[in-house]
Design a protein around this ligand. Sequence first.
Ligand SMILES: Cc1cc2nc3c(=O)[nH]c(=O)nc-3n(C[C@H](O)[C@H](O)[C@H](O)COP(=O)(O)OP(=O)(O)OC[C@H]3O[C@@H](n4cnc5c(N)ncnc54)[C@H](O)[C@@H]3O)c2cc1C
Length: 355
Amino acid sequence: MHCVDFLIIGQGITGSLLAYNLIKLGQSVCVVDNDHYGSASKVAAGLINPITGHRLNITERFFEYSEHAQTLYWQIERDLGLDLGLSSNHRIYREINQTRLIKNAGQAEYLAQRKQQTEYQSLLNNTSNTGGWFGNSEQHPFGAIQVSKTAMVDTQQLLFSMRHWLQQRSALISAQLTYEKIQLHNNEFSFENINAKKLIFCEGYQAIHNPWLKSLPFKLAKGEILTVKPEQPVDRLLSWGNWLAPLGDGRARLGSNYVWNDTSLNAIAETPTKFMQSLTTHTSLKAELISHDVGIRPSTTQRKPFVGALSNLNNAYCLNGLGSKGCLLAPFYVTLLCQHMLENKPLPEEITRWL
Ligand SMILES: Cc1cc2nc3c(=O)[nH]c(=O)nc-3n(C[C@H](O)[C@H](O)[C@H](O)COP(=O)(O)OP(=O)(O)OC[C@H]3O[C@@H](n4cnc5c(N)ncnc54)[C@H](O)[C@@H]3O)c2cc1C
């Protein structure tokens, strides 16, 4: 039997960052992952966007979350040597310019209000023309705005690099964990040849099959995203309700939608046409379709994640429910959970109450 401090179920963004943090804190870890094609981390665009929605609201606790995110992603890049290559294509985290279309008079009014508010000062740049990205001023009379502090996380690079890093430490088992195979002895867990003092569930939307997490109020949201090749180079995130996010190698992600109450992972046949039409209607760009992917966001009814110890299983924890903002939120909540497990720091009630 191989003994570890923590057995983590799931190597999406959440499980990856948690395993990394725990190992850096001197803990021994084993991660079990079934490499499921519909997991959100595999298809996410990785956007970290300070301003969202028609009203141009600031993402809740944006400044606190984004500082944590930047610090952790940069630390991983340095640690794994991803910052050494000449190409930025191996980086996990990159800041990116964002030009956002102001779609109508109502939104222009919100923008005028936001510009007066102190917390928006560092986010909204005053430029009001569309910079040619969204066609001419007749088509889009309300112009566009530059949004600072926008970033992109390359989730596929993160998962791939962390997988390799964990494999080098013999800390990854590629397997489907079936819950009845977890054995419990003296408040410790065993699975295959691993014995662990603590167990952490990070299965994303697949947690709906977990008997200990049955009562969690998930509100899962299927999402579709296209990978496309724009006809001309794009050097920034363009957003207009949908968005086009350049990958840095001539391709871009075009997304996305929310399909509620559907965990089928079937791609909807009309989606590529809809997204492409949205692109050509709102921007001055055309693009060629490369692929069409589907994933399930682990969203929750309260829009708060589930983080903390389980009340129905001793020494077991959960970190899940990061919804559509896993890249922004995961670094912060990983830190909170580590501090809770290793230093006994209390967690806020809003994230523990369902566990
Ligand atoms: C179309 C789309 C676009 C998105 N865009 C963005 C974006 O731009 N920015 C952003 O921040 N977020 C985005 N998201 C959301 C983001 O992807 C999620 O918040 C995040 O990936 C959740 O990560 P996770 O690790 O908690 O879950 P997951 O990514 O689902 O990972 C769970 C892992 O656990 C494994 N697993 C599950 N059950 C088992 C089991 N029983 N045994 C073994 N392994 C198991 C799975 O294979 C998977 O690897 C998007 C999501 C979608 C679907």
